[in-house]
Design a binder for this molecule. Structure first.
Ligand SMILES: [Zn+2]
Length: 265
């Protein structure tokens, strides 16, 4: 059966019913595939988000590269494939500003520059990264057709705690002479599936709205609530977001191994 296409005005109604604030800062993680069809496609979704926020709202999307071998250029570098088609179209739109570094976000609206024009954050999701600044501005986090496994604000919480794990990563920047240079760093990364724990923390306190957007399911919560509840849980159990050693998750095993490696003198 071919599903009917949602009109832009219907998406606006759904976003308002969910609780998207007029005039606020909104960080959106999207799987367009889970929502479609929407008239005018991902651009129709972006237009609906802007309408729901009104002219004083600031819309933010992740816009980092998935390419660690090529220097980032904010004017040409594609967003990482796992961020989805909406995020990769968003930074290309007129009036959208994008960070100048590999761990970029893109934004439009009155607070766009204040949120995305940060110094290079290392690791990528520090409290002063673009995602961290969404929290500083008391922004909302909207998960469209994705769960908290896509919720980068939880990486900010890991760094604030701070968690003891970090796996080796690198990206390619430019040296003073303009030549590509490899930059190594350590990142609080893993498979992120257990970020789904945030659903219960937020739901039991009535801090997460859930409802339909297009044909998909959306979650909406404040960045400050997400980070506060996660820091609280992580201080009790720093490895809470990692799969157990018996669960056979290679990414979480690598993060877990990074902890014991540090404890060996
Ligand atoms: Zn895992």
């Amino acid at each position: 059966m071919v599903q009917r296409a949602f009109r832009e005005s219907e998406i606006v109604e759904q976003l308002r019913a969910l609780g998207v604030e007029a005039g606020g800062v909104l960080l959106v993680h999207t799987s367009f595939r889970a929502l479609r069809p929407i008239e005018s496609g991902p651009l129709g979704l972006i237009a609906a988000l802007r309408t729901a926020q009104g002219p004083d709202g600031t819309l933010v999307m992740p816009s980092w590269t998935g390419d660690d071998a090529t220097p980032f250029d904010p004017a040409t570098t594609a967003a990482a494939p796992d961020l989805g088609v909406t995020a990769d179209l968003f930074w290309r739109q007129p009036g959208v500003v994008r960070s100048d570094h590999a761990f970029a976000c893109a934004a439009i609206g009155p607070k766009a520059e204040a949120i995305v024009k940060t110094a290079l954050p290392l690791p990528p999701h520090t409290p002063d990264s673009p995602v961290g600044r969404v929290r500083d501005h008391d922004g909302q986090v909207l998960l469209l057709g994705v769960g908290h496994d896509a919720d980068t604000s939880l990486h900010v919480a890991e760094l604030l705690t701070p968690v003891p794990y970090g796996v080796p990563k690198h990206f390619t920047g430019r040296g003073d002479d303009g030549r590509p240079v490899r930059i190594d760093y350590r990142e609080n990364d893993h498979c992120c599936q257990r970020f789904a724990l945030a659903d219960d923390w937020l739901r039991t306190r009535g801090l997460q709205a859930e409802g339909p957007v297009g044909h998909g399911t959306a979650r909406l919560a404040r960045a400050q609530d997400i980070v506060r509840l996660a820091v609280c849980a992580l201080r009790d159990e720093p490895l809470l977001f990692l799969h157990g050693a018996e669960e056979g998750c290679a990414e979480c095993d690598e993060a877990r191994a990074s902890v014991s490696a540090e404890r060996v003198p």
